[in-house]
Design a protein around this ligand. Structure first.
Ligand code: ADP
Length: 249
């Protein structure tokens, strides 16, 4: 037994959460390791957003444990939040000002200033391949590049864990595919741990593992190929229909 194994980047153990007696999360257990891209896949209403709210400390779970690198909310909240990047479905950037001005503003909120802030803005813009767009108003960017700017914002404080809640909402198929592939690349090169929530099967087809969430329960946490094999379906969409009971009529 190895007593010194490092803790996972994100660790959920038997997490439950109800709204007025209606369970939204039931006994969720899930780990995400550094350098791992885990897709949180589930239909609307499965509990994905609630899980993110619990992971970000917005809500305390009714039961169970949430840890980042072994730290728990409460006395370690500020340390946890300093290691966590979050991309919500809704837009957080000001569309009327430039990408750079947005990133400088948020960098200030994260405690960055001066030369460090300037360099960090350029670094995240390079990571997301939007450096040539830094001086354009957010409004003038394509939908895909606006989402890249949102992710750049989340990467400013150099988080070790990045949570993305349906980040491709409103994007066309090509922009969606490019965005997923780009974040996959960042995970591979930086060791960032990513939990990517979606109801779209193709977005997690190349995830390291898929956590399949159905009516507040994790049905499986497996690499895509193993999920397909488990159901005997011919592809991931078939496996998803099978395990979520959502086969079209
Ligand atoms: P998803 O993000 O997968 O669509 P949600 O986490 O938004 O799922 O919702 C999970 C369940 O919890 C749903 O049944 C939803 O109606 C319910 N729910 C979500 N937010 C609230 C809330 N603030 N109050 C009451 N019920 C909620």
């Amino acid at each position: 037994m190895n007593g010194t194994a490092p803790p996972p980047a994100l660790h959920l153990a038997q997490v439950s959460k109800s709204y007025g007696g209606n369970p939204a999360l039931r006994d969720i257990s899930l780990d995400v390791q550094p350098g791992e891209f885990v897709g949180l896949l589930g239909p609307n209403g499965a509990g994905k957003s609630t899980l993110f709210q619990v992971c970000t400390g917005l809500f305390a779970p009714d039961g169970g444990k949430v840890q980042l690198f072994g730290l728990e909310y409460g006395k370690s909240s500020s340390l946890i939040l300093s290691q966590l990047g979050i991309v919500f479905q809704t837009r957080s950037l000001d569309a009327d000002i430039t990408v750079r001005a947005n990133l400088r503003f948020f960098g200030g909120l994260f405690g960055l200033f001066g030369r460090g802030l300037k360099e960090r803005v350029i670094a995240v813009a390079r990571m997301m391949e939007i450096e040539p767009l830094l001086d354009k108003p957010v409004r003038s960017l394509s939908g895909g590049n606006q989402r890249r700017a949102e992710i750049a914002r989340a990467l400013l404080p150099q988080p070790k864990v990045l949570l993305l809640d349906e980040p491709t909402t409103g994007l066309d198929a090509t922009a969606r595919r490019n965005l997923v592939a780009h974040v996959r690349g960042i995970v591979a090169t930086t060791g960032l741990a990513v939990l990517w929530a979606t109801h779209l099967v193709d977005e997690v087809a190349h995830a390291d593992r898929i956590a399949l969430l159905v009516r507040g329960e994790v049905k499986a946490v497996l690499p895509p190929a193993d999920l397909i094999a488990l159901t005997g379906a011919s592809d991931l969409t078939g496996a998803y229909f099978d395990m979520t009971d959502t086969k079209p009529t």
